[in-house]
Design a protein. Structure first.
Length: 351
């Protein structure tokens, strides 16, 4: 089994890996997907209004107060989407969901509830040359461990070497080191997804190519500029953009930095705090339609003099567009948990 989070791209260079190949699934496996997500009434209203949902129970608090629930009930499709989406670290190599045998809502969900996803493999069978079929039951559970949703469905999952990123070329080998394992085995035998390295596992000189890549879209160029009170017309004035930017919406630089930084969190997920950016360079503008890929190199690691439970990593991050042009580079100092320290993971149900 190749339950490791990275592939070896070169000496001291690692490619992040999401999802298991079909051959790695076995009947009876149980996965606890991480991270979870706390839902809000804003999520509820957005989902209902974006779909023109006329069930006012989801967004009319006065009406909801007259019902048995006493407050707005979360739209069921929010729960459906989150339970499936949160499982993508394990099922990220799926070709498609072939169908659901059942989508059961077994408990209420409200704004403020924290939702987690857990899955069990019920069956595996051949599906042809490129993929196999995995039957899964995924459950949405809240922070108290109570089930609120149960989804039974079939996935078409690519076989080893047949994923579009690998087909026709030599597959990169997994880096079979304990620090890079995708899962930790819980007391009940379930495989709990892991994110990030502890301070002790980081090594100066190593480079990590982050996954997934990020494509920027026109709507977010406009939205994030408005939300930042950015008055410059190059982000949201269509007439100005047509006359001066060939109709291309430019992506605001802070949003490019935000997206690249977020991409690093699968590797540097054990961060206590980001201590700040230095030497930030933005040599090539990013426009709607561009796709960026980020990579990070650990430059240095040192003990924290004032915080014995943490260490400090110095990390250089670079982001490139689809033409492999450098669009962003910066250095950060990160405060990172030590493995031997008292950490929040076990108490919160994380590995």
């Amino acid at each position: 089994m190749s339950f490791y989070a990275y592939l070896r791209a070169a000496d001291a260079r690692y490619q992040e890996r999401f999802g298991l190949d079909f051959e790695e699934f076995k009947v009876g496996q149980r996965f606890k997907h991480r991270p979870g997500v706390t839902l809000s009434q804003q999520d509820n209203a957005d989902e209902a209004l974006d779909t023109l949902n006329s069930a006012m129970l989801h967004y009319d608090a006065h009406y909801a107060a007259q019902t048995a629930w006493k407050k707005p009930l979360m739209v069921s499709t929010v729960t459906l989407q989150r339970v499936i989406g949160m499982a993508s670290r394990t099922f990220g190599r799926k070709q498609a969901i072939l169908g659901f045998a059942e989508i059961a809502l077994t408990g209420p969900v409200f704004g403020g509830d924290t939702l987690y996803s857990e899955s069990e493999i019920l069956g595996v069978r051949d599906g042809g040359m490129q993929h196999g079929i995995v039957t899964v039951v995924s459950r949405g559970v809240n922070a108290e461990g109570k089930e609120v949703a149960k989804l039974t469905y079939d996935l078409a999952v690519y076989k080893r070497g047949h994923h579009p990123d690998e087909a026709g070329g030599a597959s990169l080998p997994p880096v079979e080191e304990e620090r890079f394992m995708l899962y930790s085995t819980g007391p009940d035998g379930a495989l709990v997804e892991r994110y990030g390295m502890f301070f002790e596992d980081a090594r100066a000189g190593e480079t990590f190519v982050h996954y997934p890549r990020r494509t920027f879209h026109r709507d977010e160029a406009i939205e994030h500029a408005w939300r930042s009170l950015e008055a410059n017309p190059q982000f949201h004035d269509q007439s100005w953009i047509d006359r001066h930017q060939d109709g291309r919406h430019r992506i605001q630089e802070p949003w490019v930095i935000a997206a690249a930084t977020a991409a690093t969190t699968r590797t540097f997920g054990r961060v206590v705090a980001n201590l700040g950016w230095t030497d930030i360079k933005l040599p090539t503008p990013v426009y709607a339609g561009d796709t960026t890929e980020a990579e990070s190199t650990i430059v240095d690691k040192r003990e924290s003099k004032s915080r014995p439970n943490e260490g400090i990593l110095t990390v250089d991050t670079r982001a490139y567009n689809q033409r492999r042009e450098l669009v962003l580079a910066y250095r950060r100092n990160l405060l990172v948990y030590r493995r031997t320290a008292e950490t929040p993971y076990a108490k919160a149900g994380y590995a």
